[in-house]
Ligand binder design. Structure first.
Ligand SMILES: [Zn+2]
Ligand SMILES: [Zn+2]
Length: 299
């Protein structure tokens, strides 16, 4: 399996055009996605990451179900992180004029002083989205800045993503992820929320929204609770598009959006698909299933 990071903007733009053509309501969300992605890609050349673990150490982590960032000390360049963070705030404000003006003053918060930020970035490695949001609420960062906690979380993870993705790419040069059999990412530990069925052999490939790692996971097992009872696993789709599916587990009540590339007959970008299939989240939640990213990161 090849590594698809960084993505081709040309291909992404083409896919986005096709989605907006079918559903105009997606235009604003995709405008935001493109602005954020461009801001991230602008910094790729300035980011330097290195893997301190040997091939054997990495493989041992994978065999034990330990994701690498829980093991390796991973230092994010704090000043560079701040620059990316600020640039993302500007990009978000541009794409969504309704966003609060104070967004651009977020970096003035005490959490962004160098020592505090170092400590915080080190903690975030073990945080899910929900946990970071709770942390922000506890620290009253949202109240003090006038920016919604969910937006702050979004900017944080968007600013971290290029660091994590380049780290994933370096890891991928040393080993592939074939030893890894979990519902969370082998590199950064985030829970997969979207998957594809590969066109060549139909294997299910889980995708990490944060570092862009992709790894194979058995189709007949729930990636969140490892339930194998076929009577409790099923999938559905919205009539008219059989390629975009929701796979659900009756045991843990979680769902996984899945794009079947045997049906789409082309390799689509899963970050773009995650946005384009927002209607599937609504259907799944209405049917009583929960988004998997609520899961705890460490178990
Ligand atoms: Zn990851
Ligand atoms: Zn389950």
């Amino acid at each position: 399996m090849e590594c698809h990071y960084p993505p081709s903007m040309e291909k992404i733009n083409r896919e986005i055009e096709a989605h907006i053509h079918k559903n105009k309501d997606l235009a604003q969300l995709f405008e935001l996605y493109k602005k954020v992605l461009n801001a991230q890609l602008d910094y790729l050349n300035e980011i330097h990451v290195s893997v301190n673990l040997s091939e054997e150490e990495i493989k041992n982590c994978f065999r034990n179900g330990q994701y690498l960032m829980s093991k390796q000390k991973f230092d994010v360049d704090v000043d560079l992180f701040k620059n990316i963070f600020l640039s993302l705030c500007k990009a978000i404000k541009k794409a969504s004029p309704g966003a609060p003006d104070s967004l651009q003053q977020l970096c003035d918060a005490e959490e962004f002083e160098t020592d505090n930020l170092k400590e915080l970035l080190d903690k975030i490695k073990l945080f899910s989205k929900q946990k970071l949001e709770d942390f922000i609420k506890n620290r009253e960062m949202d109240k003090k800045t006038g920016v919604d906690g969910e937006i702050i979380v979004f900017v944080f993870f968007s600013a971290l993503s290029p660091f994590y993705s380049l780290f994933m790419k370096e890891v991928r040069k040393i080993v592939d992820f074939s030893l890894w059999r979990r519902g969370y990412c082998p590199v950064c530990g985030q829970t997969a929320v979207i998957a594809k069925h590969r066109s060549e052999d139909g294997a299910r490939v889980l995708h990490c929204w944060l570092c862009h790692a992709e790894w194979v996971y058995p189709r007949l097992v729930c990636p969140y609770c490892e339930n194998k009872d076929q009577k409790q696993l099923r999938f559905f789709y919205v009539p008219g598009d059989k390629s975009r599916q929701v796979h659900v587990c009756e045991k843990c009540k979680k769902y996984l959006k899945t794009i079947d590339m045997k049906i789409t007959q082309k390799d689509v970008h899963l970050d773009v698909e995650a946005i384009a299939t927002g209607y599937l989240d609504i259907v799944a939640e209405r049917e009583g299933y929960r988004a998997p990213d609520e899961a705890a990161l460490l178990n």
